[in-house]
Design a protein around this ligand. Structure first.
Ligand SMILES: C[S@@+](CC[C@H](N)C(=O)[O-])C[C@H]1O[C@@H](n2cnc3c(N)ncnc32)[C@H](O)[C@@H]1O
Length: 322
């Protein structure tokens, strides 16, 4: 996990990143972009579930339209770049169609390689009566090649028990973890949500969330941030072809990346631009990335970082991970 920078430094940097929201159709707009221009394409496409911004069509027609967009997205992704495709279910007469299963076939057809199928678990949502209530969506993370950007150290999360030691073998007695924290795994959940008083990771953006706008299915900035930090470098270019109210724009600019968002609804583009202005002025409410996951009891000695790590730059003088 990266140590926090002073706020003035963060705000200075925000003005250095290039960002643009384009109001238009994704497929048409993509025609103007250069090949391999982006290190990360990250998006949540329309799910064809009849939200206010889409007209529901047959799943076959929907997927064939998306396939054309995906071909363009692959073309504009750099050789060491990634595509993160966040989807849930299409539902027809009570039958669910997990969209990632359908999308996986499309990406494979064009030679992309799946690196993770990330489960994004959230605690709230509609209560179903004829099936179990759905509480997760997925993010398919594909790369174009085997040589791809992956900065694991930038997205590590605090270990629950950093004080654990090897109990046998040549490393017996040495700390067994990593002073930078642990791999966040492919299930993104369980960060203490103060105002809900329950365990979530990256909560889906519902009405009581500090990032909530007028968009019906906005994704949390924290979710995009993790992908941006892990899958791009500073000054990389990021693209969201279905940008909504600009969560990808915020996550990128906040982390010194350049970014373009495409969104067909002017109303959402305006909200995205306002959120970006608020971010730059330091007034946007955001849920911080990597909020502590779980607070074990303070008298548990495994929660104390090992003595050997006390001088590590990631620990402050109280022995806490920064
Ligand atoms: C699932 S939402 C994405 C929300 C976004 N991730 C956010 O955090 O705000 C999909 C978005 O795609 C937009 N959209 C649908 N069809 C589009 C198209 N052909 N071109 C560009 N945007 C489109 C919708 O208006 C909607 O805002």
């Amino acid at each position: 996990m990266k140590a926090e920078e002073p706020i003035e430094e963060i705000i200075n940097q925000l003005y250095k990143s290039k960002s643009q929201m384009i109001c238009g159709d994704a497929y048409k707009t993509l025609q103007d972009f250069d090949d391999e221009a982006f290190d990360l394409v990250i998006t949540s496409p329309p799910y064809n579930v009849g939200k206010q911004y889409e007209i529901k069509e047959s799943i076959e027609d929907y997927l064939s339209r998306q396939e054309k967009v995906i071909q363009e997205l692959i073309r504009v992704t750099s050789e060491n770049g990634s595509i993160c495709w966040q989807v849930g279910n299409y539902v027809d007469k009570g039958e669910i169609f997990p969209l990632d299963i359908y999308y996986y076939q499309i990406f494979k057809k064009y030679g992309l390689k799946l690196r993770n199928r990330i489960i994004w678990h959230f605690g709230h949502g509609l209560h179903a009566s004829n099936r179990f209530s759905g509480r997760y969506e997925t993010i398919l993370w594909f790369t174009k090649n085997d040589n791809y950007i992956f900065n694991l150290d930038d997205v590590r999360v605090p270990a629950k028990y950093p004080g654990k030691r090897h109990f046998k073998g040549s490393k017996k007695g040495q700390p067994s973890g990593n002073p930078r924290g642990k791999n966040p795994t492919d299930i993104w959940e369980i960060v203490l949500q103060d105002w809900e008083n329950e365990l979530w990771n990256i909560p889906n953006v519902k009405s009581n969330h500090p990032e909530k706008t007028g968009h019906p299915c906005q994704f949390p900035v924290e979710l995009v941030e993790r992908c941006v930090l892990a899958l791009t470098n500073e000054n990389s270019w990021v693209l969201d072809p279905y940008a909504g109210v600009g969560s990808t724009i915020l996550a990128s600019v906040k982390n010194k990346r350049n970014v373009i968002g495409i969104e067909k609804e002017k109303e959402y583009v305006d909200i995205a631009e306002k959120r970006l202005r608020d971010l730059k002025e330091g007034t946007l409410k955001l849920r911080p990335i990597n909020k502590p996951i779980h607070k074990p009891k303070s008298n548990n000695k495994l929660t104390k970082p090992p003595q050997e790590w006390q001088n590590h730059s990631l620990f402050n003088k109280n022995g806490q991970n920064e």
